[in-house]
Write a protein that binds this ligand. Structure first.
Ligand SMILES: Cc1cc2nc3c(=O)[nH]c(=O)nc-3n(C[C@H](O)[C@H](O)[C@H](O)COP(=O)(O)OP(=O)(O)OC[C@H]3O[C@@H](n4cnc5c(N)ncnc54)[C@H](O)[C@@H]3O)c2cc1C
Length: 429
């Protein structure tokens, strides 16, 4: 549905990357491996690293550049939890099994904190995240979430911050209260993807860029996938294509819908002004149905995301579309120059639950629904463990019901957009 281009979009991350981004070769000729991974975002890269480290022969094929899509363009907020929150997971799995998933999320946050140092790269990692309420009526949601975190998930770490204290965290008239999670974090996602790529190569995995898989077929007990100039035979196939899977596997793709999401980066601000906006340098996301999310970068910019398009398109002028949201949160930035503005696609599932599973030796990871920095790592662990013979975590994901969108992708998008208009309305009344 959406075409990959050969180069990164004009994002803050790609444009300010400290050195020229290395270009891996494209696939040529025939290759034979244990595991082929299609898609070079976080899902594919984390899976590849975990498998290469256990001695599997791994090839990863990326249609464009590594982390060209959501993984190289996101807000960089590594927040604990899934897009759907824990309710649907508890509903689908029961309390005890949902708790196992939650524990794997806590593991992911610890793993992501340690990964860069373990492999010798830097991602501008900063600890601390806030989940903020805009509406008085949704302050109660924060209190309930904190209470539930304690009683159901054994989580004592999140702290409620009331309006009086909130000024020490966010200099904005918009927010009433927040939950602070000291394990949440923010980072530069393109640096993370490049660091993972280097670690995969060090572990013996092979990465190919500008190598779009045009199709795959079953071949004996394995698979053969082909690109324009090469093919790979493998025993195990991993589909990590996010919102771009439809050309390859329509059945699996029918459970997610591409939604456009976008953000901006301001010009570098006076350091004192930048610090005054978010004095503790936490990242922030609000609890509106369509949330605003923002954070500071090490070069004192505000990186701000807000708004989304359910029909999958990206506004022609992302800066103009996003500015009102930014100035609503921070009126003191009225008229600030926006140096970079870009968009990407998130892969929403019907219930916003992750869609991770297997059919024989074909595995897939998708449905992160706009919240994937940590969930992709948790899912990659489940998939790589299962490939290694331990399917305990993958079984949890597979027990979740992820229905197809009714009406196929073309009808589903307008229906979903209409339904969501109601929730957006509830954000403002
Ligand atoms: C604007 C934006 C902001 C976001 N902000 C946050 C945030 O702050 N925090 C958070 O947790 N999440 C955020 N997300 C979501 C998060 O980025 C994603 O959930 C996550 O990156 C998904 O990773 P992925 O590897 O599954 O998919 P992707 O990163 O989309 O990677 C899929 C890759 O597969 C490749 N591919 C597809 N088809 C083929 C093929 N046939 N052959 C070869 N390669 C193929 C694509 O080119 C692409 O590179 C945001 C997303 C967007 C778009």
């Amino acid at each position: 549905m959406f075409k990959q281009s050969a180069q990164h979009v004009h994002s803050y991350y790609a444009q300010t990357y400290p050195q020229p981004l290395p270009l891996r070769p494209f696939l040529q000729g025939s290759h034979q491996v244990d595991v082929l991974i299609i898609g070079g975002g976080f899902s594919g890269l984390h899976t590849a690293l975990r498998l290469a480290q256990t001695g599997q022969r791994v090839v990863l094929l990326e249609a464009s550049r590594l982390a060209w899509a959501a993984s190289g363009r996101n807000g960089g907020q590594a927040l604990l939890g899934w897009s759907c929150d824990m309710g649907p997971l508890e509903c689908g799995l029961g309390l005890a099994r949902a708790r196992q998933l939650w524990d794997s999320m806590v593991w992911s946050s610890e793993e992501l904190r340690e990964l860069p140092a373990r492999h010798g790269f830097d991602v501008d990692y900063r600890l601390g995240s806030l989940w903020a309420a805009v509406r008085e009526s949704r302050v109660a949601q924060l209190r309930e979430a904190q209470q539930e975190a304690r009683s159901k998930w054994g989580d004592e770490q999140v702290r409620f911050i009331d309006r009086d204290e909130l000024g020490q965290w966010i200099d904005s008239p918009r927010y009433r209260a927040a939950l602070y999670d000291p394990r949440g974090a923010h980072l530069n996602p393109l640096k993370l993807a490049q660091g993972l790529a280097g670690a995969i190569e060090q572990a013996g995995g092979q990465l190919f860029e500008q190598s779009q898989v045009l199709g795959y077929r079953r071949d004996g007990s394995g698979f053969v996938a082909r690109t324009a100039q090469g093919e790979v035979s493998c025993q195990v196939l991993v589909l990590a294509c996010n919102a771009y899977l439809d050309g390859l596997d329509r059945r699996i793709a029918s459970r997610v819908l591409p939604v456009g999401s976008y953000q901006v980066a301001t010009e570098p601000l006076n350091p004192a002004l930048a610090q005054s906006l978010l004095p503790r340098n936490s990242c922030v996301i609000d609890n509106q149905f369509v949330p605003d999310y923002f954070r500071l970068t090490p070069d004192h910019r505000l990186l701000f995301g807000g708004g989304c398009t359910y029909l999958g398109g990206i506004p022609k002028d992302v800066a103009q579309a996003t500015r009102p949201y930014l100035e609503r949160a921070f009126p003191q930035l009225k008229g600030v120059a926006l140096d970079y503005a870009w968009g990407g696609h998130i892969d929403i599932s019907m219930k916003r639950t992750p869609d991770v599973g297997r059919d024989g030796q074909c595995y897939w990871l998708q449905g992160f629904s706009g919240h994937g920095v940590l969930p992709t790592l948790a899912a990659a662990r489940a998939v790589s463990d299962a490939i290694g013979g331990d399917s305990q975590l993958l079984d949890l994901y597979q027990a979740l019901d992820n229905p197809r969108f009714p009406g196929g992708r073309w009808l589903a998008a307008p229906l979903e957009a209409a339904g969501k208009a109601w929730y957006r309305l509830r954000d403002v009344i």
